[in-house]
Design a protein around this ligand. Structure first.
Ligand code: M6R
Length: 612
């Protein structure tokens, strides 16, 4: 949710920290701050609002410290304000802390500290952390090199909830310490300097060598070294992992917004996803998996479990899996799955989908499925992300970093990977089905067809200009197109703030058609040849009631009946969402631009949702 950065080296920390925060702003953007050690004193500079406001703070350019921590916030406890912005200090001004996550027992700890004379100046859960560390620090009479680490560890072992925490201590000006539990944090190693960040892209321009921390592991960073300790402070060894993404993949590269860049990156992204999984001879392989025919045959159910757009990718996979592999398949929202006692056992395969690999609800659902005996696969974009450390099998989309809050290339590459998984399972099961061969051929042609889809965007841009001031927009589809309707509606809400609904078109007449009145915009998606006629009838019902219609199709239809028709290339109906969603991603994008909104950082949202 929030973004945290840290730096220790020989350069001034201030500019590096602010630069890192600017790149992490998609994780939260209601207040920001940095803390450095200046001549053995802790300095904190913070403010409400966007990270760039930090540049206006008096004295920010005079900071000399070469060690510092920083934070961009997405408020959970306490409204966005300067007081609630991180970093937070303890009463004695010995420690400063930034924190991503939620401390669930903070009321109890705040009472404990208050009864020991500590005062609080913010509404945050975070402010208890530096004070709790001070509590243990002041009680420790052993002034050795581990006193800071001991106090931090003692404090952290009392915290419940999720956290990634960075802490500075004025008495240890050459060290910063971090810990994580269920919240993302990576350590970037470089020559004579080390970096910390919530996400890899923010520090990719400095290093491609990263250490990954597991829950309750502590890292003590100095300029030349990083030492690691387990939860009992036994020293442990760690090796760096090299990340293949290049720095420019985390830049806008001349595009106005990351979202637009990521929409146009889709052909390349899915080429990477297909990668070595499917070759020209139509052989499909997943080296990550070791499933036998007997195992797959014995499954009572497959679940796709995820949140938001990733859940829509699961919906796109359900029909494919059932039709091609004949295994009953369900799709569940992660935050619902965990609280409804799902029927999951060792004959259930649970496939989790998460771009970031950090979504708290999805990780919690995975833990539950595992504890019920199910095998778990995660489909994710981020190597080494938290969920990959929990899942039995991790499969990567290789879509490259996705920075815009609204997910685009992550979605299409998830659907591609799911379709590959379906044909792979069908092969392992020995299914003799012409649809499988056809789907493989179509998957290989997808990158080119996506390029084609992106060639001419004028019609969609013009339509967006026409309707951007509307209050409500409806999306209709049947079968697989209903999934595209859902995803398109979510995209529009997210970045344009226009109220939008998506419906299974046949269901509209059972209630929601009451909302259709003269001039309302209805988007119809028609890619399934078996359902076109039915869709046309449903659209006629709204046209009769005065609706304007935008149609996305790859079928031959009587275009005169509709206001605007966008044609996308024909493909197997199983994977049509990958092409049909593209004009609708652009539709949401252009409406948002027309309204003058911040496309990449829509209000109230954050890129990865690490709270439940
Ligand atoms: O990182 P994840 O894929 O787990 O994120 C899940 C959702 O939060 C995410 O897809 C969200 O719905 C997007 N902002 C939609 O564009």
């Amino acid at each position: 949710m929030c973004g945290i950065v840290g730096y220790i080296g020989n350069k001034k920390a201030g500019p590096i920290l602010i630069n890192g925060l600017l790149r992490l702003e998609y994780r939260g953007y209601d207040s920001a701050g940095i803390s450095t050690i200046e001549k053995d004193k802790i300095s904190i500079m913070k403010d409400k609002g966007r990270v760039k406001n930090l540049y206006n703070l008096p004295g920010i350019n005079d900071l000399e410290g070469t060690i510092g921590i920083a934070h961009t916030r997405w408020a959970t406890h306490g409204k966005p304000s300067k007081e609630n912005a991180h970093p937070h200090m303890d009463n004695s001004k010995t420690f400063s802390v930034v924190h991503n996550g939620i401390i669930e027992n903070y009321h109890e700890l705040r009472e404990f500290l208050s009864s020991n004379g500590y005062k609080f100046y913010s509404d945050t859960d975070t402010e208890i952390i530096p004070n709790l560390v001070h509590y243990y620090y002041s009680k420790d009479e052993n002034n050795d090199e581990f006193k800071f680490l001991r106090a931090f560890k003692n404090a952290c072992s009392r915290l419940l909830g999720s956290f990634a925490i960075e802490i500075l201590c004025k008495d240890y000006p050459n060290n910063m310490i971090v810990v994580r539990k269920d919240s993302p944090l990576v350590i970037g190693k470089s020559d004579g300097e080390n970096y910390l960040s919530s996400d890899i892209p923010a520090i990719l321009s400095f290093t491609r060598n990263f250490y990954l921390l597991n829950d309750y592991e502590y890292a003590v960073l100095s300029r030349d070294n990083v030492k690691f300790y387990d939860k009992d402070l036994n020293e442990i060894n760690k090796k760096t992992e090299t990340i293949e993404w290049n720095a420019s993949s985390a830049e806008k590269d001349g595009y106005q917004d990351f979202m637009l860049k990521e929409i146009y990156e889709q052909p390349t992204a899915i080429r990477e996803t297909i990668g070595s999984k499917l070759n020209e001879k139509l052989e499909c392989s997943f080296e990550e998996l070791d499933f036998t025919k007997d195992y797959l045959k014995g499954l009572n159910k497959i679940y796709f479990i995820a949140c938001g757009t990733a859940m829509h990718a699961g919906l796109a996979g359900k029909n494919m899996m059932e039709k091609l592999c004949k295994i009953p398949t369900e799709v569940d929202i992660a935050s619902e799955f965990r609280y409804r006692n799902p029927l999951v056992d060792d004959k259930t395969l649970c496939i989790f989908i998460s771009q970031s690999g950090e979504t708290a609800d999805t990780i919690a659902a995975l833990k539950l499925a595992k504890s019920n005996g199910a095998k778990t696969i995660v489909i994710t974009n981020v190597i080494g992300s938290s969920i990959t450390r929990e899942a039995d099998y991790s499969i990567y989309t290789h879509a490259g970093p996705e920075i815009a809050v609204a997910s685009t290339k992550a979605y299409t590459s998830q659907v591609v990977l799911i379709s590959l998984l379906c044909v792979y399972f069908a092969d392992v099961l020995g299914m003799d089905n012409p649809n499988v061969t056809n789907l493989k051929e179509e998957i290989l042609m997808l990158p080119k067809k996506l390029e084609e889809t992106l060639k001419d965007t004028k019609k969609i841009k013009d339509f967006a200009k026409k309707v951007y001031q509307e209050q409500d927009i409806f999306f209709l589809g049947r079968g697989i197109d209903e999934t595209t309707a859902r995803e398109a509606s979510l995209k529009l809400k997210e970045i344009s703030y226009i109220h939008s609904e998506s419906y299974a078109a046949g269901e509209l007449k059972h209630g929601a058609i009451a909302l259709i009145e003269n001039g309302v915009t209805v988007v119809g998606i028609m890619t399934d040849p078996n359902l076109v006629d039915k869709m046309v009838s449903n659209l006629q019902e709204v046209i009769t009631r005065g609706a304007k219609t935008l149609i996305i199709t790859n079928q031959d239809i009587d275009e005169k009946r509709f206001d605007v028709v966008i044609n996308v290339p024909k493909t197997s109906p199983f994977i049509s969402p990958i092409l049909a969603i593209v004009p609708l991603q652009l539709f949401a994008y252009y409406i948002s631009k027309e309204k003058g909104l911040d496309v990449d950082k829509p209000r109230n949202l954050a890129k990865s949702v690490t709270v439940e």
